[in-house]
Design a protein around this ligand. Structure first.
Ligand code: PNS
Length: 178
């Protein structure tokens, strides 16, 4: 039984992430999508939202016979991977710009825990420009549905924005004396 960890922030999950998961399903019997809980960073989506979004969208991808589940972790990735009895860590690489950071992490992780291999997967060319950071930026600045990000993530955020917009509208009305 080959088990892999696919760690990340997933803030939010993108179609690029899903592409990597689909590809990894062909190599592993089990994949644990592991969301990093980072108390030092203020995420756009909460851990629960990211967990929910991932669980939703995972139903829509081709997993074959691979068992895919979502989890979250804190602390060192390799410690978590060992605790989960994983054999490998999966990371997606889009462009050469990703490579330097990923190489450093892979080598540091290997130094910390030689029993765990890092497997790099290349996402489809269609998604090479997609990143959670850009998706968030576009979403925050334009507020419209970005086709590159998964539909479910957009639906969730639209619901939230609607609630926020409504709150803001009520605040403005109150300010005007209503
Ligand atoms: O999606 P991201 O933000 O690029 O994922 C980065 C992640 C979660 C893989 C990385 O930050 C990580 O592994 N963090 C856990 C802490 C850790 O193990 N740090 C040492 C890495 S060499």
């Amino acid at each position: 039984m080959r088990r892999a960890i696919y760690p990340g922030s997933f803030d939010p999950v993108t179609n690029g992430h899903l592409d990597i998961i689909e590809r990894s399903c062909k190599l592993f019997d089990e994949i644990i999508i592991s969301i990093l809980v980072n108390p030092e960073k203020q995420p756009f989506f909460s851990i629960e939202e990211r967990h929910d979004m991932l669980t939703q969208v995972l139903r829509e991808i081709d997993r074959g016979s691979c068992d895919v589940r979502v989890d979250s972790f804190q602390g060192l990735l390799v410690n978590y991977a060992v605790a989960q009895k994983a054999h490998a860590i999966v990371r997606g690489i889009r462009a050469i710009s990703d490579y330097e950071y990923e190489l450093q992490m892979a080598l540091m992780n290997r130094r910390l825990e030689p029993s765990i291999e890092t497997v790099f997967m290349m996402s489809a060319e269609t998604y090479t420009y997609v990143s959670s950071r850009l998706v968030k930026e576009v979403f925050q600045l334009a507020g419209w549905t970005c086709p590159a990000v998964n539909r479910k993530a957009n639906e969730r955020k639209n619901e939230q924005s609607l609630a926020l917009t409504s709150q803001l509208a009520h605040g403005i009305l109150r300010f005007q004396g209503r």
